[in-house]
Design a binder for this molecule. Structure first.
Ligand code: AHR
Length: 515
């Protein structure tokens, strides 16, 4: 009995020491063999009239003691400026197809009120409308991306909105814009022709939608200096038939085709899973579900390639991110969720996928910037915090409009419960000044991984780095501890001959700069 116990102990210790000391390794080849650019619009954001995203997030009460321009919160604006968000999509989402733009222009007190039937049936006083949105974009320094109403709006309504925004001349709409205080045209170019027309945007079949797209699109005019980049309402998730029909019927008659995909931790829309309380099993499943983006982008792109081999039409992933249960005690229609290290790891993994598919993915919009779904920023009255996901966009801003460097990766697995996913993913680019940036993710919560990278045809001598990690996957930033998760300097990367060797910490995201 005694001997058996001793033997079991020895076996256990041998197992433990194996786990502890076996260093996991990954190998990477980074090359210059591409002429592609990583579009900055992959780093776009989305702000719908939903919960406290627009109202209470961007647009606050006059009496709130924070720096403001008009009623726009400047602390939020400045935070978004720092990470260079390139565009903001508005006014929805499902809200876009019940939004009538004329209700949101002119003197605010005279604007009609509406009920937001999609999101909690709350009253929207229309105080945040066209000019307020464009003022917000101008303050952030980003491009506006407007989703027009196809579901419940008319062709004339959409056509006149574009005329109101973009015509530099004499017309009733241009005069109205001037009367409302904006003599110069706004020159909005990113234009969504409906949102989720297969569901909340009108429950259409793809055949019906593509006919509607052509009709609405025919009267969505290009005015001088404002050539529209029309984005058709595309598939949800793996609805490949929708993509097939859009490509067949519209083809290159659109600038982009949208794709929406949300990562539901449990994979079940009824009980999505908590944003803050989860075990490794849920973490693993979240990553499995998140990595589905690779398959979706690959398969939708393959269909697009059949009709558009020159890749003129962009795949625009204009809604993505983690969607959890709402925070307990909050309005279920407001989609308010916290944001953990897990969500940051998912965001970085997804951005790696988009960057590595930059031949087709030219734009993406995380849902939904402030206080809604996977936010960059949370606010509570005058307080504001930056989420772990915000820090990922900070670490990744260096890739915007940089030259894409193709990567070939051999990653160890992260195994859980007999299932496996690749532990490492990465993206690399070279900016206009010649600096090389490599961003790496390690999804394995237990093991550091030694990554050895060969960079062909690239000259560099010095390395600096930054890392985002934390003790627990469930760690979050709160209004009491807003900086629990923050970016730190990273020094565990070195040059060894012509190789880059990185000791990538467990559950971390690292961005390196080589020059
Ligand atoms: O982002 C929340 C909602 O998700 C959007 O309004 C809709 O387009 C999607 O279904």
């Amino acid at each position: 009995m005694h001997r058996t116990l001793k033997l079991s102990l020895l076996v256990l210790l041998a197992g433990l020491s194996f786990d502890t000391y076996a260093q996991k390794t990954a190998n990477v080849a980074i090359s210059t063999d591409s002429k592609l650019t990583i579009s900055r619009f992959i780093y776009g954001q989305f702000a719908e009239h939903l919960g406290h995203g627009v109202y209470g997030g961007f647009w606050v009460d006059k009496t709130l003691p924070v720096p403001k321009q008009d009623r726009i919160r400047l602390d939020v604006v400045n935070a978004l400026k720092r990470i260079k968000i390139p565009d903001l999509r508005w006014p929805g989402g499902c809200f876009a197809d019940e939004y009538h733009w004329r209700d949101g222009i002119g003197p605010r007190l005279q604007r009609p009120k509406m009920v937001n039937t999609n999101w909690g049936n709350v009253t929207d006083d229309n105080s945040f409308g066209t000019s307020e949105f464009l003022e917000l974009c101008q303050l952030i320094g980003c491009e506006p991306y407007i989703a027009g109403n196809v579901g419940s709006g008319t062709v004339e309504e959409m056509s006149k909105w574009i005329e109101y925004l973009n015509l530099d001349g004499e017309s009733t709409m241009a005069t109205l814009r001037k009367q409302n205080g904006h003599p110069a045209p706004y020159k909005v170019t990113f234009w969504g022709v409906g949102n989720e027309s297969l569901g909340c945007g009108g429950n259409m079949t793809p055949e019906f939608y593509t006919d509607q797209y052509k009709r609405y699109s025919a009267y969505a005019k290009n005015y001088p200096g404002a050539k529209l980049k029309k984005i058709a309402s595309g598939p949800n998730s793996d609805d490949y038939n929708w993509t097939e029909v859009c490509m067949k019927n519209i083809g290159t008659g659109m600038w982009g085709l949208s794709l929406h995909y949300y990562t539901i931790p449990s994979g079940n829309w009824g009980h999505k899973g908590s944003a803050t309380k989860f075990e490794e099993k849920e973490y693993f499943n979240t990553m499995v579900n998140g990595l589905k983006m690779e398959e979706l982008v690959t398969k939708h792109s393959a269909i697009m390639d059949k009709y558009d081999p020159e890749k003129r039409v962009a795949l625009v992933v204009d809604e993505w991110g983690v969607w959890t249960d709402v925070e307990p005690g909050t309005n279920p229609g407001f989609l308010y969720q916290q944001n953990s290290l897990r969500d940051a790891l998912l965001a970085a993994t997804t951005l790696n996928i988009f960057n590595n598919h930059c031949d087709r993915v030219k734009m993406a919009n995380l849902a939904q910037t402030v206080n809604v779904l996977q936010s960059l920023i949370l606010t509570d009255k005058e307080k504001m915090l930056l989420t772990p996901t915000y820090h990922i966009f900070d670490l990744y801003k260096v890739h915007q409009d940089a030259k894409y460097l193709p990567v070939k990766l051999n990653s160890p697995d992260y195994e859980f419960d007999g299932k496996k996913i690749p532990a490492v993913s990465l993206t690399a680019s070279q900016d206009a000044s010649g600096k090389i940036h490599v961003s790496l993710v390690n999804l394995d919560p237990h093991n550091n991984i030694t990554v050895t990278a060969k960079l062909d045809g690239l000259e560099w001598n010095h390395i600096t780095g930054q890392v985002l990690t934390s003790a627990n996957l469930t760690d979050i930033n709160t209004f009491q501890h807003p900086n629990k998760i923050h970016i730190e300097n990273f020094s565990n990367a070195k040059k060894d001959g012509d190789k880059l060797i990185v000791d990538l910490p467990a559950k971390s995201v690292v961005t390196l700069e080589l020059n």
